[in-house]
Design a protein around this ligand. Structure first.
Ligand code: PLP
Length: 286
């Protein structure tokens, strides 16, 4: 099956897709993005992702009508052309093409890019045993609720963590408050309650994070959205991360410390089960 790109409505093989070097997305990361996973051609939580895309665009002074851009139609078209059983849909909207100038002109035509790639199979061992996170100072900017493509601090932190033998970095402020990971939100379980940092401007408001909170309500797990210190994270009974790409991934180690007894705990397992109940059948991990 072909991996496809679609640039401003035109589909092509992914390796043939190009954009101008004057695109503000390339010059300034002046663009926003979304990632949606579709199972058997059905995008999971699509309305929630498209609402966040609209919000990111508005916060960047690029208000846009996604219906006018026919995003849903392009998604449906790309899914039927690529026909994978699990597809990662990447959407990037840049402010458009202009000679390099910090000041953007009014009325630029946005560049709308979509790609359709096969979702790699998940490694079942990581879900069974959990993964380790390395704590790292959060050096990102102050508007992390925008799903913006300026990801250099995230890229550097992720690479440092993986080189040191961890799955990812958990980003912590200089005051010791836990924010999120480089591409996922974080949760801990303490005395039976599910705790996650508040969805303010310091973290991305994960679509999966929201869905996990809804699953917790269904599973009768009490929830608390509040700030959390790195000590609390390390001393918690259980922890996990959430994102469109990993769903719920248990965390069993932070730096050199086990979380709880170092195994995947019962509340995490119950939430993973509740999460899977709402997923399309094709998405159910082994
Ligand atoms: N936090 C950050 C910084 C992210 O980049 C992502 C996803 O890319 C998430 C959290 C999880 O968001 P979602 O659940 O919408 O995939």
């Amino acid at each position: 099956m072909p991996e496809l790109a679609c640039i401003n409505g035109n589909f092509c093989p992914i390796d043939e897709a190009t954009v101008s070097i004057n695109d503000r997305g390339f010059q300034f990361a002046d663009s926003v993005y979304e990632v949606i996973v579709a199972y058997d051609g059905k995008p999971f939580l699509m309305n929630e992702h498209l609402e966040r895309l609209s919000r990111s665009l508005s916060l960047c002074d690029m208000p846009m009508d996604l219906d006018e851009l026919k995003i849903e139609q392009l998604i449906a078209d790309g899914l039927s052309r690529s026909a994978f059983s699990a597809t990662v849909i990447y959407i990037q909207i840049t402010r458009g093409v202009q000679e390099r100038n910090h000041l953007y002109r009014d009325g630029l035509t946005p560049t709308v890019l979509l790609t359709f790639r096969e979702k790699p199979a998940a490694d079942p061992d990581r879900y069974r045993d959990g993964v380790g996170l390395m704590s790292t100072e959060d050096q990102r900017w102050a508007m992390c609720e925008i799903k913006a493509t300026g990801l250099l601090p995230n890229v550097l932190a992720k690479n440092r963590a993986v080189r040191a033998g961890f799955q990812d970095a958990v980003l912590v402020t200089s005051d010791g408050l836990v924010r999120e990971c480089t591409a996922s939100n974080i949760f801990v379980i303490h005395a039976g309650a599910l705790i996650t940092p508040v969805a303010d401007e310091s973290i991305l408001h994960g679509i999966t994070r929201d869905y996990v909170l809804r699953c917790a309500a269904l599973a009768n797990v009490p929830t608390d959205e509040r700030s959390m210190t790195v000590e609390e994270l390390c001393g918690s009974d259980e922890a996990f991360i959430s994102s469109t790409m990993v769903d719920i991934l248990p965390v069993t180690r932070i730096d050199q410390q086990n979380v709880g007894d170092g195994t995947v705990g019962p509340v995490t397992r119950a939430l993973m089960a509740a999460y899977r109940q709402g997923m399309p059948h094709a998405a159910q991990p082994a």
